[in-house]
Design a protein around this ligand. Structure first.
Ligand code: 2P0
Length: 336
């Protein structure tokens, strides 16, 4: 089939990925573990078009060029080399994250693109091969192939670095948007700076391996308290590591710290809530479903109700049945 549509959701790591051992293959220095969400989906249509001299990218109804197009084209080249063709494509992608909420995700973007492009180019990839392919677009995308909780094995080469499911108790997240602006330093660049300048980097790698092992065991055992404790501690270790770079980087804002403090207070009141944050100021609070409402109410008091979203565990990236595809950008034909 030459036109294929896929859908994927972002994931939030409970054990974080921060640092690469191979920039080209996107092999991480350590494994990580995440929860795929049931919100903020990306839907992507890939249409092969004979005779195009370059790929075309439309994101949220706008034609994109430059770095965004180059990154998508380089990814399609990987697919084309496996498929043995040089035929170009039109990629149309829409993101359901509220504009400017800081929740658009390269993980969902490349997971959807991996599924749609591999099908459009006739590759028959199993779950592991799809996760490995998505990883080449963005490391965290390897995990968005998986339903619910995913462990991404660091691996030692392209074949051994992929994500797969881990059984886990029911859980969700209450997300507080603290600041919707773009981040000052991209996570890709910040990871590089961390590996090359932080004196704590080796300790980060060994402690992440240790935490990951304990986290996988806690998930399998259904031990939500340990899952929560490891989640918050590992996030704070990552932010401490990032703050130790030269020059330093700090993603958390005063309001983010306020949310972490409020979550600690919730725990004192008997609510099972633990906070985490990625390469930005927004805070995601891990809860079991019965504690979501109390947590959302507390966070609304800090960032405002409109900035709080409660989400659950969601599906891994998947093909959509033939039918509605992402429509062309206004004023453009399929081949522009
Ligand atoms: C994570 N992050 O585990 C960590 C925590 C951000 C903080 O994965 O360079 O966009 O494309 O492989 O996947 C963000 O990194 O980086 C990320 P690349 P990616 O979710």
């Amino acid at each position: 089939m030459s036109t294929v549509t896929a859908r994927a959701h972002p994931n939030i790591a409970l054990i974080k990925y921060w640092g690469k051992r191979d920039e080209d293959l996107i092999l991480p220095v350590a494994g990580s573990l995440s929860l795929t969400l049931d919100a903020f989906a990306t839907t992507t249509t890939v249409e092969r078009v004979a005779g195009l001299d370059r790929d075309r990218l439309e994101l949220d109804g706008q034609v994109r060029s430059g770095e965004q197009l180059d990154r998508v084209s380089a990814f399609l080249d990987l697919v084309r080399s496996q498929a043995g063709t040089s035929e170009r494509a039109v990629v149309r992608s829409v993101n359901e994250a509220p504009t400017g909420a800081g929740l658009a995700s390269s993980a969902a973007g490349f997971a959807a693109l991996a599924v749609a492009a591999s099908a459009a180019y006739g590759l028959d990839l199993d779950a592991r091969a799809l996760s490995r392919l998505a990883r080449r677009g963005s490391g965290s995308a390897a995990r968005s192939l998986v339903d619910g909780v995913a462990v991404w094995h660091a691996g030692t080469d392209d074949g051994s670095s992929y994500a797969e499911p881990v059984p886990a108790p029911p859980m969700g997240m209450v997300i507080a948007t603290v600041d919707a602006g773009p981040k000052a330093v991209s996570s890709r660049e910040a990871m590089r700076r961390t590996a090359s300048t932080s004196p704590y980097f080796a300790a980060w790698v060994s402690s992440t391996e240790d935490y990951l092992e304990r986290m996988v065991a806690a998930c399998r055992a259904g031990d939500f308290t340990t899952i929560g404790e490891l989640t918050e501690a590992h996030a704070l270790r990552m932010h401490a590591l990032i703050a130790s770079t030269e020059p330093p980087i700090r993603y958390l804002r005063p309001r983010s710290v306020e949310v972490f403090d409020a979550v600690a207070e919730l725990r004192e009141d008997g609510v099972g809530a633990w906070a985490t944050a990625d390469a930005g100021p927004n805070v995601a609070v891990l809860v079991q479903p019965h504690d979501a409402a109390a947590t959302a109410a507390r966070l609304s008091g800090i960032v405002g109700e409109a900035q709080v979203r409660t989400v659950g565990a969601g599906p891994g990236a998947h093909l959509l049945p033939e039918g509605p595809a992402v429509p062309p950008a206004p004023g453009t034909g399929p081949t522009g």
